[in-house]
Design a protein around this ligand. Sequence first.
Ligand SMILES: Cc1cc2nc3c(=O)[nH]c(=O)nc-3n(C[C@H](O)[C@H](O)[C@H](O)COP(=O)(O)O)c2cc1C
Length: 203
Amino acid sequence: MTGKDQVLPLPTKNKAVADFLSARRSNLVKLMDGPGPDAGQLAEMLETAARVPDHRKLAPWRFVTFEGQARADFGHHIASAFMKANPEMPQDRALFEGQRFMRAPNVVAVISSPVKCVRGTPEWEQVLSAGAVCYNLLLAAQSRGFAAQWLTEWYAYDKRVQAALGLKGGENIAGFIYIGRVKERPTERARPNISLIKSTWTG
Ligand SMILES: Cc1cc2nc3c(=O)[nH]c(=O)nc-3n(C[C@H](O)[C@H](O)[C@H](O)COP(=O)(O)O)c2cc1C
């Protein structure tokens, strides 16, 4: 964390960053491979991810990381939750669900963990900050040459999966950030026409 009195650089023109942000795309997990970041690289990414606007410095979010065997172990919870919610489904569907976290070498669950404070930062703002953490983690990974995608799929909203992840009351899964290597370059995705969503206040 930066010291309170440390003087930071002024914004400067940085074409590489501007170009990166203008052309950035997520990397779909199905087009992802290994190896993932090492422990030091992942730690740096999480530091970057946590460097987001956060009204009143509440840090209303936390991370749970998965790699190696832990991905398969957590997959048992995902598969079991799926089969309990969908008992009519064939058993091979459990195998599929259990493999979700195996699609990338690293998965980071970003948990939105709003702090209750009377006349404090509205919960909405704390949740927005968690979204910013997810996006910043994508940028942190991609700017270091890794592939990354933000997914929730069904299991982010499943109570059994949330319990297995240790969610406390009021917490939600903002996203699972899958991180790996690019197996195939992404193609462009349709983008909004800004003129349709922008208006200029004229009074
Ligand atoms: C909160 C959130 C949850 C998402 N969950 C999923 C998901 O479950 N499945 C999926 O295919 N895409 C999901 N996406 C979309 C992708 O991560 C990504 O936005 C999309 O592929 C295009 O991303 P890009 O504009 O960065 O290229 C989600 C996006 C957000 C913001």
